[in-house]
Design a protein around this ligand. Structure first.
Ligand SMILES: Nc1ncnc2c1ncn2[C@@H]1O[C@H](COP(=O)(O)OP(=O)(O)OP(=O)(O)O)[C@@H](O)[C@H]1O
Length: 239
């Protein structure tokens, strides 16, 4: 099966500094993959490279089996990118935001379609007509995920999804990710959160100083062991 996302011996230099070195991973369709690492490990850089905003200095990145550099627009059309702060308009309500961005993407949707997507992410109906500047981070994130669902993007790239969320919102986010994956979408999330990564992911890659130093997979019918990943994360020097 063609992977949804792939990094092949990816290396990258930013402002003369080596930021990624020989990073390789595969994310299969319908899989949740967490790229875990500390500050400055290269997680966001990896996402930006998959989106074609940064160019590899070595190796390549592929979306659905095609090198991103060969057709950046085709790659981006497959991807919904959720940056840490969801970029929606505070002076518009949820319906207006979704309508505006879907219009830009050339999608025609009805109010019923919007409500169905907002139901799916459990955004309370009474909030939907409120300006988004009054939303909590969790509510903004739900709206952004509803947008990704309505755009029908098969791949979601999510940057630090749970930072600043309360425990209930974190659980809701994890449930959404699992539901999206169960419906066949591929999710790559970058995070510092060992526990969350292990809860929700099929596989976890550990990035340290731009190198992938560990890869963890759940045994059949169980979750990835948080203790093992935490111990690897906490190691000071790369093996
Ligand atoms: N615009 C930039 N120009 C040059 N170097 C950058 C730039 N942005 C990030 N870097 C450097 O690239 C390295 C990786 O940064 P990146 O943002 O990918 O890390 P990260 O793992 O996402 O970190 P964090 O968890 O803190 O968000 C760091 O050393 C950082 O200083």
């Amino acid at each position: 099966m063609t992977p949804s996302l792939e990094a092949r011996s990816l290396s990258l230099t930013r402002d003369g500094a080596v930021v990624l070195t020989d990073v390789s991973f595969i994310v299969a369709p319908g899989e949740v993959y967490a790229l875990l690492g500390g500050n400055g490990a290269g997680k966001s850089t990896t996402l930006l490279t998959l989106l074609g905003f940064l160019q590899p200095s070595g190796g390549e990145v592929l979306v659905n089996g095609r090198t991103v550099a060969s057709d950046v627009e085709a790659a981006r059309a497959q991807i919904a990118y959720l940056p840490e702060a969801a970029s929606l308009y505070g002076h518009l309500d949820a319906y207006e935001n979704l309508g505006y961005f879907l219009d830009l993407a050339g999608r025609k949707v009805t109010r019923a379609d919007l409500d169905a997507a907002l139901d799916q992410v459990a955004l309370p109906p009474e909030a939907r007509k409120r300006r988004m500047q009054s939303y909590s981070k969790g509510m903004r994130q739900k709206t952004a995920i509803a947008l990704a669902v309505l755009r029908d993007a098969p791949i979601l790239l999510v940057d630090e999804p749970t930072s600043g969320l309360d425990p209930v919102a974190i659980d809701e986010f994890h449930d959404m990710v699992k539901a999206l994956a169960a419906a066949g979408r591929t999710v790559l999330m970058v995070t510092h959160d060992v526990y969350g990564a292990c809860q929700v992911s099929d596989r976890v890659g550990l990035l340290r100083a731009g190198r992938l130093v560990g890869s963890f997979e759940a045994a059949e019918g169980s979750r990835i062991d948080t203790e093992t990943v935490h111990a690897a994360f906490a190691e000071r020097s790369a093996p």
